[in-house]
Design a protein around this ligand. Sequence first.
Ligand code: SPV
Ligand code: MN
Length: 626
Amino acid sequence: MDAKVNDFLKQRLGDEGFKKLSRIDNPELHAFIAKYIEHCNPSKVFVCTDAPADLKYVREAAISNGEEAALAMEGHTIHFDNAKDQARDKEHTLILVPKGTDLGATIKTGDRDECLKEVTEIMKDIMKGREAYIRFFCLGPTNSAFSLPSVQITDSAYVAHSEDILYRQGFEEFVRQGKNAKFFKVVHSAGELDERKTSKNLDKRRVYIDLQENLVYSCNTQYGGNTIGLKKLSMRLAINRGSKEGWLTEHMLVMGVHGPANRVTYFTGAFPSLCGKTSTAMLDNETIVGDDIAYLRKKDGEVRAVNVEKGMFGIIQGINSEDDPIQWKALHTPGELIVSNVLVTPERGVHWIGKDGEVPPKGYNHSGEWHKGKKDEKGNEIPPSHPNARFTLSLENLENLDKALHDPKGVVVGGMVYGGRDSDTWVPVEESFDWTHGIITKGASLESETTAATLGKAGVRKFNLMSNLDFLSISVGQYIQNNLDFAKDLKKTPLIFSVNYFLKDKDGNFLNAKTDKKVWYKWMELRANNDVQAIDTPTGRIPKYEDLKRIFKEVLNKDYSEEDYRKQFTVRVPESLAKIDRIKEIYETKVNDTPKILFEVLEEQRKRLLDAQKKHGDYITPDKLA
Ligand code: SPV
Ligand code: MN
């Protein structure tokens, strides 16, 4: 250790903290910690190893400093964020780039020099009078080719506690990797707190991602999506790093789909918000590896995936005992669980929008003391819980957990799924012709309609390639090219599918029941293992009626009619052509490095659609193509 750094750390970390940190032989780490402890200037520093006593210290600090409070059920705590700090701050989340770098119109960037100057000023002495926690985690399983050590300095015990639930402990991984560790760094401060212990200086809320230093700055915010540095913040660093090293970071769930004779085939899935990602990951009779972020690497000619995390930061709104039995049970079992921004009742129970039972008449929520009918300053009624209220839970608490969660080799990916909320174009399930066709016409063409739960008008289609648009730290063209190139030299290429749980008929009625998705996954599992045939359409490959009829009976005990099949799997030519026009326009006008092949593949698809339209008309039922 550099002598100056050594002296400084000894003085600021105390004997015990210094002794702990000294076990990690990494001068870059020591210099990083010294620099930001000096700059942010906390009054106390706690170095947290993987030891249970250290985790307990953090857990208790979150309660004693008032960021969390105990609920009636043992181990459960409540945390509130400021009423105006309830979601990711897209406006102030910037990828820092040197002057002259252009990542395209869809990615928010800031001038590196100017932003560093600004955030350095904002964070000067920002931790004064508070305790800082130095946390070590491992993204991906430990002791694995996927392992990515990360360190976070935060003055929020709530954030540090959340990360314990969400990430694998990584102190020992840092010790193991020593000088070789190429790690990610996050410095976070909640900033000054108000009397409710929520971040106060929201005008100075910033989330800046410095790719050059692999360092994220987050300040004057507590909401998990802005502060849990290992989640969407490190995800941007990982996308950048994977881009240079030939692996992928995707906004994807990972799940085991269970086929005949105890066969398990693993799928990854990308869905924009409110399109069924969690309900897919939670399908009963299947098993969950992850619900949010996956790393994908190639090994021995196969694609392997891991869950970057080990817990979930899930949306709680709408969870009820009938539709979500697994999550319901986990939320009603004693043990470590943080809920945020729900209603706390006088008995210290909780209520959220869409929970079973009556809404309690009064309680305490993100707006303070709450009663039915309470209005905000604009005269709008304040709901009992915030629509983005969350729960933070270890996946170990779910009964559908897959045994491969911590497998250092990851799981072999048999299929990748892209799904959006689409009322009129995509059929419920469709396989692409090949990897390139899938990446381009499914992943890179992903759109989703807004719902009443999001801000703005409902029913507007939003482009969100691979559901990753918010998190890209490389240009869109580069990102698509990386995805295309990923399949080179694979012995076994995963199949790529699209799904659409939201297709409607002309009268606006949904064409599928919520539970139908169980059938689509069983069909995809059979396809990935070459057990069923499919019908080629201009846009991909769809199931045969006989196969679906059998699976509907087996899985749902439902008689699936030919009439339903025909309606659901009709190729809608005008809508499909309109989609090609929309997507093409985005890639022509908003992206300046679109790979040429993207336009070629879209034009081939247009030609197939026009040829079929000549023969069969605008709406082509599957029997015409069989
Ligand atoms: C998402 O919005 O995609 C999330 C929650 O998973 S957040 O951590 O806020 O990004
Ligand atoms: Mn997410």
